[in-house]
Design a protein around this ligand. Structure first.
Ligand SMILES: *Cc1c(COP(=O)(O)O)cnc(C)c1O
Ligand SMILES: [Zn+2]
Length: 425
């Protein structure tokens, strides 16, 4: 995006976005009005939304709000009307107490925050909802994104519902389920023969050329805030308290940093008591630039070329990698990675203990939790929340080799009784 484009947007008078006050640089603190900017004019650092949350927010006011992520509107860059518009109403997904999984892993208590329950079956509906509110505010008629799959689903669906045009860019080798679950909504799908990082680069160039709202490029400061609602819900659903630890999947690193930001905002607003919630990151070994930087004690994240079945996490050059490292180190967590075989085992373990069919990213989280326990980074007494961010029905290929019928028989009772499944009572 060129400075000329930024100036264009600034020339329109921008209405306020709820409690949001301005954009602020995460590196140098430079402030800008709430426009379509994502890079600081002083130092090119990333921008974040800064707030003045009204003192009027209470547990009771949130509990009496809508049964969706909009119950936390006071903590988001949206106005009070957001929940009344005909959006997809994401959020308030279930927090499952996973006692069978706890028993299998030998721990006292673990929870699964199951974001596969969102309208397009991943946590991306949350970030898109906030981005779309701001796209509306800034006057964009075309909504676009660079996606590893789930974001494309969420953008295409939300645009259809809002009556906007969508143009989503994806790597051409994406899972067929994610391509179908995007194209069905009727927007434009651009498959790029390259990695997500190539897709992202092209989108930055297109964003400079067209007056389009790229949810994770020029609307990124707003988009990113939507992830806080995962953290808000965890705290509310635990009975207004923070867990000992959270294990979050890491692609760009945004979700992980925003869960931590959510916890700190709730503490600052007096909604939950201060508690040392440690934030852990989970990556696939085949795309683990942030885990590698963590192990090396490095501040900078060295880009990698992704090669993993966890395509939703396959970002080789993660925009928020350094911030994820900061959060994990400050909170006393760890960023670890697991192999593709461990990811499949993680998906199957969660399915077979809790009846939750996670996508590959959820397998990464469950397997990483097992690894963190084995390595002593988490103990059996720590109360941990695992984030399942997507639905296994979109990544069937990961498990299909192991998940076939037990037996196939001719259509007779005798054939059943003679088969392996027909034994016993
Ligand atoms: C996008 C995505 C993530 C990670 O999001 P970041 O905020 O980019 O780290 C995790 N899980 C799933 C299923 C996703 O689609
Ligand atoms: Zn700056």
């Amino acid at each position: 995006m060129t400075l000329a484009t930024l100036v264009d947007v600034h020339e329109v008078e921008l209405p306020a976005a709820g409690a949001a006050q301005h954009l602020q640089c995460r590196e140098c603190g430079f402030r800008l009005p709430l426009g379509a900017d994502y890079a600081c004019q002083e130092c090119f650092g990333p921008l974040e939304v800064a707030y003045d949350v009204a003192g009027s927010v209470s547990r009771a006011s949130i509990e009496s709000g809508p049964p969706s992520m909009w119950r936390y509107a006071e903590f988001l860059p949206v106005d009070a009307q957001a929940s009344h518009r005909p959006g997809l109403q994401p959020g308030l997904t279930r927090l499952v107490r996973a006692d069978n999984l706890a028993e299998a892993l030998g721990v006292r208590r673990v929870w699964v925050k199951d974001d596969s329950g969102n309208p397009t079956h991943s946590f991306k509906d949350r970030v898109v909802a906030v981005a779309l509110e701001n796209a509306r505010r800034l006057g964009y008629r075309t909504i676009a994104c660079a996606s590893t799959g789930n974001l494309a689903n969420a953008v295409a669906a939300a645009a259809a519902r809002a009556g906007l045009r969508s143009v989503v860019f994806i790597p051409a080798d994406l899972e067929p389920g994610k391509v179908v679950a995007t194209a069905v909504y009727g927007g434009t799908v651009v498959a790029v023969r390259g990695t997500y990082d190539d897709v992202n680069r092209i989108c930055s160039q297109v964003a400079a050329d067209r007056h389009w709202g790229f949810v994770n490029v020029n609307l990124r400061p707003y988009y990113a805030e939507g992830s806080k609602t995962v953290g808000f819900e965890v705290a509310e659903q635990l009975g207004w308290r923070l867990p000992d630890a959270v294990v979050a999947p890491v692609a760009s690193g945004s979700l992980l940093t925003k869960v931590d930001k959510a916890f700190r905002e709730f503490v600052a607003a007096g909604l939950v008591a201060e508690h040392p919630a440690r934030i852990f990151g989970a990556q696939a070994t085949g795309c683990s630039p942030v885990a590698q930087a963590f192990r090396a004690g490095a501040q900078v994240v060295r880009p990698v070329k992704p090669d993993t079945i966890a395509k939703s996490l396959a970002i080789g050059n993660p925009a928020d990698g350094p911030y994820a490292l900061d959060v994990v180190r400050r909170s006393g967590g760890v960023i670890a990675d697991v192999t593709d075989a461990e990811i499949v085992a993680g998906i199957e373990l969660l399915a077979r203990t809790e009846g939750i069919f996670a996508e590959t990213a959820g397998g990464v989280v469950v397997a990483t939790y097992g690894r963190l326990l084995a390595d002593g980074h988490l103990g059996s007494e720590d109360e941990v929340v695992l984030l399942n961010t997507g639905d296994g029905l979109k990544t069937l290929a990961a498990v299909e080799a192991n998940c076939t019928p037990s037996v196939t028989i001719e259509p007779t009772l005798d054939a059943f009784l003679a088969s392996e499944a027909g034994g016993g009572r």
